[in-house]
Design a protein around this ligand. Structure first.
Ligand SMILES: [Zn+2]
Length: 643
């Protein structure tokens, strides 16, 4: 299968195009302002010796600047905005000045510990930061054809090759990301060392002797270094009293279980938290921090696209199966253990404790896209769609300048959208995902075309001969799809249409913890000689309202349902239901009906229902909750006659 770039696909979708416009015109500039306001960019100016000041933010704050540059590049690829270009250019020039002569770029060490490098790989995310730098360089090059940033990245990557190729097994990053980046850089440069280093980083995981002791040592070093920096900061503030008023934004609020700290150590020390508990060929269960897990699986799958390995592929398939059947929320959200920002046990899916970080579902999108290529099975694109519409899109507010970090499925209080976070990993990750959306619709090879997503667009693909394809889709509100196929000359080939799992209502089943089962998705193949005059396929997906049940083993879900329609999960939000206790309301299932409301949240299908007491309630799509101020919300609701 070949993939297209987002630039090759001309989107004109009534649902997605306005969101991509908000992303390009508002979100990316809001994010830049926040990076400046929180002094993330100043850290590079200080490292370059151009500014006085104190370095601010977490050790890995550099990654936020790189991810912004990555997102900006992908947005620029779709539409060359000179204002965006000028901000990108100034940042790239600054990075060039801040980079050490040998390619090293990590402001925390450069500013505070100029003689120390790679001392704390498990905790300080030094390689993770270099990874995001490299990804930004690859996408900037692809977007502009210019090499300034790519050269910075090549210098950094060459340094990594020098310091890490054929190194010992403890030389891995605690937060996977560098692996994906090196594979991308390999794809652009063809330099085998990058691919080999990525392979070694992945294969080294779970092979550090006495990992717990190693990690414990890293904690101690991390804390010692942090204390030293805190002392430096105190001294700096004493000399610069006007600096004392500077505050970083707060962190995200997540409801956490008791003994969170102890639970974190219990997960981290055996290596589970960072997928260091066992070599990757034995990692058939999703564990630990769910963003890291997703990036690891993505990197392994990317390696398999270069060099197949049936053992590793089977490991990925088993981990995916375990995730989907036991460790995923109905929204596609990942991570039920907030104390580790990661996976809990099978069927451990408390809606209020759900962490389900936006970045975790984005990582899963990347992984599922790779799995599509490895297996040609529809289940992966099916999960992609579900996670895109629910667990991912929920992360960005309607106006592009507020975000959710963790995404619980029930909120009594405390979780709402914020303009920025002390760890702002999700906003730029969302922006780069939105900008890339066009690339996930098709794949093609000689005599075959796959249509994975139904988003209105026009493109030209190569199936051994050029074909113009146009999709008209009314998703997610209506199920009508039209596909125009027009080869340049008459041509025989197969079109494989993904039939969504949610379209097959008779097979809803309850084989998964969440009630959503992407394994019911399949490709419908249409083989024929397509005429050069153009032909149109038309079909309707089932958009009826579905009541889904959690698996009986999921605690606290007995007698409850979640309501879905098409690819969307719905929720009750208190702002729509004044005077109703949304957590105790009991639905009358026969009362459900839908209505398109043009003036609510830019036009949405709402679902009306009555409780058994005859009170009206109104459901909105989950991804839109928290756009009207702080409120309560629940996905799972009590329902009469349900289990
Ligand atoms: Zn995040």
């Amino acid at each position: 299968m070949q993939e297209l770039t987002a630039r090759q696909v001309n989107l004109s979708d009534s649902f997605w195009s306005p969101r991509l416009a908000v992303n390009a015109q508002k979100a990316i500039f809001h994010q830049w302002e926040q990076l400046e306001a929180t002094r993330c960019i100043d850290n590079f100016r200080i490292a370059a010796g151009e500014k006085d000041g104190f370095r601010e933010g977490w050790v890995f704050a550099d990654s936020d600047a790189y991810k912004w540059l990555d997102a900006a590049s992908r947005i620029y690829m779709l539409q060359a905005d000179p204002e965006l270009a000028s901000v990108m250019d100034s940042l790239i020039a600054l990075l060039a000045r801040a980079q050490a002569r040998d390619g090293y770029l990590f402001t925390y060490n450069q500013i505070h510990f100029p003689d120390q490098r790679w001392v704390n790989l498990q905790i300080e995310h030094e390689l993770y930061c270099h990874g995001h730098l490299i990804e930004a360089g690859v996408f900037h090059y692809e977007a502009t054809g210019r090499r300034e940033l790519l050269e910075i990245c090549i210098k950094a990557a060459d340094l990594l090759v020098r310091d890490f190729l054929n190194a010992s097994n403890d030389k891995t990053c605690g937060h996977e990301e560098i692996e994906i980046a090196l594979i991308r850089l390999y794809r652009v440069t063809g330099k085998e060392d990058y691919l080999e280093l990525a392979r070694q980083f992945v294969e080294r995981r779970g092979r550090t002797p006495f990992y717990s002791l190693h990690l414990w040592g890293q904690f101690r070093s991390y804390n010692k270094r942090k204390e030293y920096v805190n002392e430096l900061r105190k001294a700096y503030v004493a000399e610069h009293p006007d600096y004392a008023s500077f505050r970083l934004p707060g962190g995200n609020f997540a409801r956490k279980p008791r003994f969170s700290r102890e639970r974190w150590y219990l997960n981290a020390l055996p290596g589970l938290y960072a997928q260091q508990h066992t070599p990757i060929r034995k990692q058939t269960t999703p564990v630990g921090h769910s963003v890291r897990f997703g990036y690891l699986e993505t990197a392994i799958a990317m390696l398999l696209r270069v060099k197949p390995d049936p053992t590793l592929l089977s490991t990925l398939e088993q981990a995916w199966e375990r995730m989907v059947t036991g460790r995923m929320y109905i929204t596609g959200g990942l991570g039920s253990a907030p104390e580790i920002e990661g996976f809990g046990a099978d069927y451990d899916l408390d809606p209020e404790y759900a962490y389900a970080e936006t970045c975790a579902s984005i990582a899963s999108l990347l992984w599922n896209w790779e799995m599509t290529f490895l297996t040609k099975e529809a289940r992966y694109s099916d999960l992609f769609e579900w996670q895109l519409y629910n667990a991912t899109t929920v992360g960005m507010g309607q106006n592009g300048d507020t975000y959710l970090y963790n995404n619980p499925l029930a909120v009594h209080a405390g979780v709402t959208r914020q303009g920025w976070y002390v760890v702002p990993c999700c906003p730029s990750n969302l922006s780069r995902t939105y900008a890339d959306l066009g690339k996930y619709i098709y794949s093609a090879e000689e005599n075959h075309l796959w249509i994975h997503q139904y988003i209105t667009n026009e493109t030209r693909v190569d199936v051994g001969a050029p074909v113009i394809i146009k999709i008209e889709s009314e998703l997610p509100w209506r199920g009508k799809i039209k596909i125009h196929v027009k080869p340049e000359t008459e041509k025989e080939f197969e079109i494989h249409l993904r039939m969504p799992s949610w379209n097959t209502s008779e097979r809803k089943g309850d084989a998964t913890a969440s009630g959503f089962d992407p394994r019911h998705s399949y490709y419908e193949t249409i083989q024929r000689v397509w005429s050069s005059g153009g032909e149109t396929l038309e079909f309707n997906f089932d958009m009826s309202i579905q009541l889904r049940h959690a698996h009986p083993k999921v605690k606290g879900h007995a007698g409850k349902v979640s309501i879905t329609r098409g690819p969307l999960v719905y929720c009750l939000e208190s702002v729509d239901n004044p005077g109703v206790d949304i957590f105790t309301a009991q639905l009358e299932p026969s009362s459900l009906r839908e209505e398109f409301v043009p003036d609510l949240l830019d036009g949405i299908v709402v679902i009306h229902a009555k409780t058994t007491d005859g009170i009206s309630v109104k459901f909105i799509p989950y991804f839109l909750w928290a756009n009207r101020g702080e409120s309560q919300m629940t996905v799972w609701v009590n329902c009469r006659q349900s289990r």
